[in-house]
Design a protein around this ligand. Structure first.
Ligand code: ATP
Ligand code: MG
Length: 420
């Protein structure tokens, strides 16, 4: 194995493409920042117990995908596989829910780790931007989050995505349904692994992707028919608010999602250009999670959008983001005295807020101009001994090739004008 190889299932973000990732994170978080969500950052690892309880001991995430390890000091930790449990843990620890200002609305952005079989759109290290609204039961809050994710995707220029929506019921109606579903599933001819699932997480059997399983599921009881009046009314309000906001969605009675903690509203954003890794984001209500990790009752709702898959979705739709060139001005000194003077001008330009770079390493003119062009700069600042003797530098428009001398002490001003 080469020393210069990222671990399996990971990849590096490198310029210039890395700018797209930054822009995606920015685009997803912008509507949140604009809607009362405050930024939160939590550690990359937590006590393994938090995820075992919070994500659920019957989920693939905990049983198969988690990077769990023991530290030298004997602590049982895990790299975070998702964000919600950590954010809720942090909010409870800091007593954010006791400020008398519910819901606590938070957004985050970071790296997540799952030991999965790597393939396109599925990595062992990936990146999410997420949002959580903690401590309020209000269909407008569920709607708000879905609307903000929709707004983010649209702002990025994405069109070929769909919103799948379902309700998973609550602690009144879900157990009744669960039993009915288990009774149905136990009567089916299924493989050993799936049969085991019937006991621990029967709802997950419903969204098994294998055809032979789906064939046998015809006629299975549907949660929709078991929802209690309160859950039905709640769901209807979420649907109405989304419709009123002009956000299209599809009812998907089989949408279960992979985490144990969801109640009532669940949703997924799928993109039709991504093949089998089609989910770009998902979320839902998790009214019981706080109690599951030892906190008070705090009905909450949230989502996480995958940055990696969102970038793939942009590629699939052929959308290129309008990312301004990182460098506006590129300085090319010819000779030692010019180096000293131009480096000073570069510092001055940067302090004036103009994105400027410099031909380091004592390159010759030809190479330096190549670098100037590659940088995307609009202007080059070129100076040799004769220019300095006259107290000027040459300002070269890299598109037209036009070159004009400008007085050394008016460089910032002239460049400002030239850049418009
Ligand atoms: P999937 O069904 O594809 O495994 P998931 O339900 O496990 O997705 P969530 O836990 O809901 O995904 O995470 C939210 C989003 O994070 C996903 O929609 C996806 O965009 C992204 N995501 C999850 N796992 C990965 C991964 N291994 N690699 C890249 N992105 C991921
Ligand atoms: Mg998964």
């Amino acid at each position: 194995m080469s020393t210069f190889q990222a671990p399996k299932g990971t990849y590096d973000l490198l310029p210039p493409n890395s700018a797209t990732y930054l822009a995606v994170r920015e685009a997803i978080s912008a509507p949140l920042k604009n809607s009362g969500y405050g930024y939160i950052e939590t550690p990359g690892f937590e006590n393994v117990e938090l995820f075992a309880r919070g994500v659920g001991g019957s989920t693939d995430i905990v049983t198969k995908e988690m990077y769990a390890f023991e530290t030298k000091g004997g602590d049982q930790l895990a790299l975070r596989p998702e964000g919600t449990a950590s954010v809720l843990r942090a909010a409870l620890e800091a007593n954010l829910h006791k400020g008398g200002n519910l819901p606590v609305k938070l957004w985050y952005s970071g790296s997540y780790y799952r030991y999965e079989r790597p393939q396109k759109g599925r990595y062992r290290h990936f990146s999410q931007v997420g949002a959580e609204a903690i401590g309020a039961e209000d269909p407008a809050l569920d709607a708000e989050l879905i609307i903000l994710a929709d707004q983010a995707y649209r702002a990025l220029g994405l069109r070929d995505f769909r919103i799948l929506l379902n309700s998973l019921g609550d602690k009144e109606c879900r157990p009744v349904y669960r039993t009915a579903l288990q009774d149905f599933l136990r009567g089916l001819d299924l493989d050993e692994d799936t049969r085991r699932r019937i006991d621990i997480n029967p709802l997950r059997v419903l969204d098994d992707k294998r055809e032979y399983v789906q064939e046998r599921l015809v006629g299975a009881p549907m949660l929709r028919d078991y929802l209690c009046e309160a859950c039905k009314a709640y769901h209807e309000q979420v649907r109405e608010l989304l419709t009123a906001a002009g956000v299209a969605f599809e009812d998907d009675v089989k949408l279960v999602r992979g985490l144990d903690y969801y109640t009532r509203t669940t949703f997924e954003f799928v993109h039709d250009g991504l093949g089998s890794q089609s989910a770009v984001g998902g979320g839902g209500r998790y009214d019981g999670l706080s109690e599951m990790i030892g906190g008070p009752a705090l009905p909450s709702v949230g989502w996480a959008l995958g940055v990696d898959r969102t970038v793939l979705a942009l590629e699939a739709e052929g959308v290129t983001l309008d990312i301004p060139a990182a460098t506006a001005v590129y300085a090319v000194p010819l000779g030692d005295e010019a180096r000293r003077v131009l480096f000073g001008a570069v510092t001055e330009l940067r302090r004036a807020g103009i994105a400027t770079d410099f031909a380091f390493g004592g390159k010759g003119l030809k190479n330096a101009m190549k670098s100037a062009n590659r940088s995307g700069a609009r202007l080059a600042l070129v100076a040799g001994e004769r220019d300095l003797a006259e107290g000027v530098v040459q300002l070269k428009d890299l598109r037209s090739g036009e070159q004009t001398p400008v007085a050394l002490d008016a460089v910032v001003e002239e460049i400002r004008r030239a850049l418009g």
